[in-house]
Structure formats: C-alpha cells, structure tokens
Design a protein around this ligand. Structure first.
Ligand code: GDP
Length: 356
C-alpha cells in the first residue's frame, strides 16, 4: 500500500507524533494477523458513514480505510552530500509515495531548537533545499545520458524535456510538485521533489486557535496540504477515555483529534479515495486511486472480481440514507447499473456482479 514518509528537523516532535500514530488500535481490531514493520504507523481514515451503513445493514463491524506513515530518521543539513545517515535517509524517502514534513511551531524553552529559534519558513526551506540538492545530483548524471538516448529514440524525448524542466525549476528553488508538474515522465528517475508533500505544523494552543496564523502557514506551503495539531496532546489522548479526550481537545480549541485531519490529508495527498460496501459481515471503506474504474475498484476486493467483472450496482450514500435501505433505494429508482468504463465516485455504495 502507499505510504507517507515522515521527515523533519530534530526536536520538532516527529517521535511524539509517530508514537500517537502507532499506538491507536485500528490494526489490532481489523487486521489481527497483519505484521507491521516497527517504523510504520497506520491510522484509520475517519468515516462516520460506516456507522450509518452498519446500522442499516446490521453489519457485525465496520472496517475503515487506513493511511500508513513511515518514520524516517531526522534530516540533517548536508544530507545530500552523504554526511552521516544522509544516503540511507534519502533512500528511505525515495521509497515513500509522499513526504510528510513535521514543522515545529510550538514554543517551549525546555525543548532545544537546532537553530535556536522557532522559524517554520526556514525549517521548511532547510528540508526542501536538501531534497533539491539531492535531485540536482541525480539529474546532473541523468541528463547527459537522456540527451544521448533522445538523439537515437524519439520516445525518450519527453523524458529529457521533463528532466531539463526539472533542473531549471530546482535551480530556481522550486520543486516540480510545488510547480504542479506531471510526475509521470520523470518516474524512472525516482526524484524526491516530484513527490506530493504534506506539512504537519506541530503547534500549541496559541497557534491552533489563531485562524490568521494558521492561514498564513497554510499559504506558505500551498498547494501542499497543511495539518495543524499538538503532537504532545495527540499522544496523551491515547491514554484517555472519550469524555476526557473531548475535554482535553476543547481546552486547546479543537473539535476532533488532529490524527483525524492528518489521516484525511494523508489520504488526499496520496491521491486516494474510497468506495463503500455493506452487508451483515461488515460495513467497509475500500481504498482506490482517484479516477479508478469500476473493474479496478472490484479488483481491490479480489483480483477475480476484476477479471470476471460484469457490472456494478451502485447507490449513492446520500440516496441510500434517504431511502433507508438498499431495497427501498432500488424501488425508488436510485440504483444505477454501471459498466466497465465507469469512474468511481466518492460515496458510491457498491455491489459488484462478476463471473468466477
Ligand atoms: P523529534 O526529534 O522530531 O522526534 O522530536 P520529539 O518527538 O522527540 O520531541 C522533542 C521534544 O519536544 C520532546 O521532549 C517532546 O516531548 C517535545 N514535544 C513534542 N511535541 C511537542 C508539542 O507539541 N509541544 C511541546 N511543548 N513539546 C513537544
């Protein structure tokens, strides 16, 4: 499955956040036999629709979609030059499908900041500079080779052109992701700066309740998603019952755990969406790439479903809730028969018909 790699300067709260990501019980509940690497944290994608579906279908349980975060050792200045853990670190980021940078905005005189001050813009630039330098090194080697290849083979030209465009963006201090460049032609080079980015601002109550400050930070990282949370509070929440959790969150002006917004943003950053199924056994959200067709969606449940796909019977979640049951929705003409070219939409409640 797709993963987000967690990066950030030392002492910004990565371990604290990761602790909160790994200590939730979603996996134990839903995937009791899964083996999870110690450096992977898996969080459920909150979806209140599942509880409603479970009520309608008398489902024995709900199974949410999940988002995986990988803990990668802290970036240090000079990583791209191979200093210390640099190369292993970069290799780990290369394997991630998206990058999640934790940025410190909390102020605490007891926690040393590596540069002796709280400066999110500068922290963001430090990391992005390291990634840019690493990619420029990769491209410096690749461009002469691609130039030769493009001379012999026409179909190598788009790759060369994309590589040259990336070099010019990176030299100007911008990443291909931030510039909205299509990552596809460059995929073979496994660059770091074409990967989607997500920023987690580890903040205290002052920032969490300051809309203007949050807007300013969100604009700093756009078009990347920005998530605001207090990592220390998130790890404390795991020890509390629902009532005390709510009180603690309210005391810092939050209506839900920060991990919820992190899960949603991570899912969005990875380019994923869900569709829903429901029956007596479970009400479940299935993960598919945005833009997946009905047979591809069926293939997520079982590869045989994709091969033998006949059609999908689909009711939109809102129509199902309004009708009260699948049968009532069907009687009301709200059930659609979709074929193999149908592109799945968020909120589709689906039953697949297939040959085995
Ligand atoms: P890492 O080096 O990025 O993994 O940072 P850690 O998670 O180890 O955090 C460094 C220190 O900052 C620890 O003492 C944490 O308890 C503290 N810390 C982490 N998050 C917060 C926060 O949101 N607020 C405050 N005040 N301290 C935090």
């Amino acid at each position: 499955s797709l993963t987000l790699g967690i990066v950030g300067l030392p002492n910004v709260g990565k371990s604290t956040l990761f602790n909160a990501l790994t200590n939730n019980d979603v996996l134990a509940a839903n995937y009791p036999f899964a083996t999870i690497e110690p450096n992977v944290g898996v969080v459920p994608l909150p979806d209140p629709r599942l509880d409603e579906l479970a009520k309608i279908h008398n489902s024995a349980k709900t199974v949410p979609a999940v988002v995986s975060f990988v803990d990668i050792a802290g970036i240090v200045k000079g990583a791209s030059e191979g200093a210390g853990l640099g190369n292993k670190f970069l290799a780990n980021i290369r394997e991630s499908d998206a990058i999640c940078q934790v940025v410190r905005v909390f102020d605490d005189p007891d926690v040393i900041h590596v540069d002796d001050r709280i400066d999110p813009a500068s922290d963001i630039e430090t990391i992005s500079t390291e990634l840019i330098l690493a990619d420029l090194q990769t491209l410096e080697k690749a461009v002469p080779r691609l130039t030769k290849e493009a001379r012999m083979q026409k179909d190598r030209r788009p790759v060369l052109e994309a590589a040259e465009q990336a070099v010019s963006l990176l030299n100007g201090g911008t990443t291909p992701f931030a510039a909205g460049v299509d990552p596809e032609p460059l995929r073979e080079l496994t660059l770091l700066t074409t990967k989607p980015f997500l920023y987690v601002f580890n903040a205290d109550e002052g920032v969490l309740t300051d809309d203007a400050k949050r807007k300013e930070l969100a604009e700093l990282v756009a078009p990347a998603d920005a998530v605001f949370l207090d990592a220390k509070v998130e790890s404390e929440l795991l020890e509390l019952d629902e009532e005390s959790s709510r009180e603690l969150l309210e005391s810092i002006g939050q209506s839900e755990p920060g991990l919820y917004s992190l899960a949603r943003a991570g899912f969005h950053t990875l380019g994923l969406q869900t569709y829903l199924t429901a029956g007596p056994k479970e009400a479940r959200a299935w993960t598919i790439p945005q833009g997946a067709t009905a047979p591809q969606a069926a293939g997520v449940i079982h590869t045989d479903f994709e091969r033998g796909f006949i059609k999908a019977e689909i009711v939109s979640y809102d129509d199902l809730i309004a009708a009260g049951s699948m049968a009532a929705a069907k009687a009301a003409g709200k059930m659609r028969m979709e074929g193999k070219d149908y592109v799945m939409q968020d909120g589709d409640v689906v039953e697949f018909r297939f040959n085995v």
